[in-house]
Write a protein that binds this ligand. Structure first.
Ligand code: AMP
Length: 286
């Protein structure tokens, strides 16, 4: 019998921690971790972050926490999809070593007095449309970093602006963690995977890939030297005509998120549109 192969096939036990003492006990077992923060309802996009973390070789932790602080009053906190049993099974199957599922009171004790406000890349776009959103994201991520002390944290490029906000958090507070961005995982028709896509009707799901298609067309036109403002206007009109009203569609500096009126590296096309009950976000390198 090939003992080595047998050992390699044995699934590693995944620690599940819900309280700080449980987390500390689990971290003593795992040693230093790479972290994949999530809000659960896991899909192949999240699993790509886990795969990237696993590929680095060390222990991997994933957090599942639907963070109330990053939802606006009119947003979908109560109806945000939750599937703890399914998520834990997916994490275990993808070789996660530690699942961290804190209660709201663990993340936000009654006497907590600090939040993290981010300016710079957090001001425009999602930041302008969702006041307080990035403060909520930066605050919860700072807490997760304090709790798990990860050497690396993996985030999806699907939320491009979020990655830049978290880069600033780490740089400005000299946090000893590396931010590792992971490319967007898409459906075969180009739609970026998202936990909220399950709320699309069949008709809406059929239209949703037009967002990525229009971004691709716009990126190609900009690379060809077409006038940026005209390209953006045409793309916005095409999206609106397709039934995807546009919150924003902009060419931006990929790090500062400032709008650009001509392409120069590093540039990114970023967009948010409405598709029925769901806001779809996407972005592309230009
Ligand atoms: P969420 O659970 O939506 O907060 O997402 C958790 C992490 O998964 C974030 O870093 C997201 O950017 C990332 N993520 C979500 N969807 C995708 C996707 N389609 N491709 C890659 N990463 C993603």
């Amino acid at each position: 019998m090939d003992v080595g192969a047998k050992i390699a096939e044995t699934p590693r036990r995944m620690h599940i921690a819900r309280t700080m003492p449980e987390l500390h006990a689990a971290l003593e077992q795992t040693g230093p971790v790479a972290l994949v923060p999530t809000m659960g309802a896991l899909h192949a996009g999240h699993l790509a972050l886990l795969a990237a973390a696993r590929q680095a070789g060390g222990a991997v932790a994933a957090s599942i926490f639907v963070n109330p602080l990053q939802f606006g009053a009119a947003e979908d906190l109560a109806s945000y999809p939750r599937d703890e049993a399914g998520d834990l099974a997916k994490l275990a199957a993808s070789g996660c070593d530690l699942a961290w599922l804190p209660a709201v009171g663990t993340m936000y004790p009654a006497d907590a007095a600090c939040t993290v406000e981010v300016a710079g890349p957090a001001v425009l776009w999602e930041g302008a449309l969702r006041p307080g959103h990035f403060a909520g994201v930066a605050t919860v991520v700072a807490k997760l970093f304090g709790q798990l002390r990860p050497h690396t944290a993996y985030f999806g490029e699907k939320d491009w602006q979020q990655v830049q906000v978290l880069r600033r958090l780490v740089e400005d507070f000299l946090l000893p963690v590396r931010i590792a961005p992971v490319p967007t995982v898409r459906e075969p028709d180009g739609l970026a995977l998202s936990s909220r896509n399950r709320f699309l009707s069949q008709e809406q799901r059929a239209v949703a890939p037009r967002l990525n298609a229009n971004l691709q067309r716009a990126a190609a036109a900009i690379v060809d030297g077409d006038d940026v403002d005209s390209v953006l206007s045409v793309a916005k009109a095409a999206l609106a005509d397709a039934g995807l009203p546009v919150d924003y569609l902009a060419l931006v500096d990929a790090l500062s998120l400032q709008a650009l009126s001509f392409a120069r590296p590093p540039a990114r096309l970023i967009a948010a549109v409405h598709c029925g009950p769901v806001r779809l976000l996407d972005n592309l390198a230009v």
